[in-house]
Design a protein around this ligand. Sequence first.
Ligand code: ZN
Length: 396
Amino acid sequence: MAVSMAYLTASFIVAIVKFSLAVRTLPDRTVSFVFGLFAITIASAIGYGWLMGELYIENIINSTIVFISLAVFGLLIILKLLDIYVDKKFPSWRSKKYIEYISNEECYGGITFPLGMRALVLVGGSDPRIIEMIRIHEEYHAVNKHNLKQILFMYILFTLAAFLIKYNLQQTILFHLYFATMMVAFIVLMRVFEVSADAYMWRKLGPEAYERFKAFLKARYGVEEPWRAPWWSRLTHTSRRDITMTTGDPIGAHWELEFPLLFSLASATLLAFSLERSPLSSPLAVYAAPSALAGSLVVIFLLALALRPLVRRFVDSRFTDRGVFNLSALLSGFLFIASFSSIFFGPLTYPPMYAFTAYALRHYLASWRKALSLSGVGFAVLLAINALLFLLLSRA
Ligand SMILES: [Zn+2]
């Protein structure tokens, strides 16, 4: 209860600050109003979902999966109802995949908001070449429903947090690790979306993309290179957008430790979860979790280095060395998590993890055949190592 109330209060303050800033900076007041309203709606939708989870799950539903499915279904219904309402109110928006609003003021920028299950795209600026570039970037977010995916992702994570609270685990290291994983996962997911929108811009504009982007940086922040942009822009969009926009590399802009860090946090959370259920319980988790975190980070990083030559055989000419390493790190992270979860949940975790890995790799390799084979080879290597360890341990 206390945690979700704290979240609700904090998110309301942030939303209201964002709202008032938007009103002051954007020239068009109507747009500013809509802007702030969405921020508040989303913050409260997630917060209330969470609060309801905390208050009612205990009394009504005991299965995590059933509860999350119902919660997601409920949220989708609310969003669909919003779509119907918007269509009634603005008949000209009906049958549009997303709604676009371009403001030709001296205020450069682009942002995509969720509007029901669709999106509202706001673009600002006076130079038509820059406006076109921003429009292409935002179009990718809108068509691929990045906002909706982000909201659903956060909604599921918050609902899971409600379950941890339900079992009175909010004071444990498991809860803190889970929260840290959630926050890092949210930022990584956002950066994945941004890098793929930049890669789409490169596909549409070619080398022009970076030229126009530099003109945008100059107009918006007064700088020439993406790594000199303000920290919030670098956090959400990566600081090496030049890699994506000059080569088309779909994964090279990410930080090299980004995927290893996310997957090692997730494995430390898994470890804490399994210890929490064992009779040894919390005290052990406090000591085990930090070492699991550091150990997993090193192992995933080394595995990524080792698998690099294999990954290189599957990528096309867009990939830079950094891109090959990042793709290898992503694959290694999945392999590590699959291996780690199989210790706790049995070998049945392998098939869904394999499917999920192939799905993620397909996003970068743009081919199901390549994605299935690369993940297949990865999982074969993993099973071979596991079998070897099993043999060695059973001899000892
Ligand atoms: Zn974007």
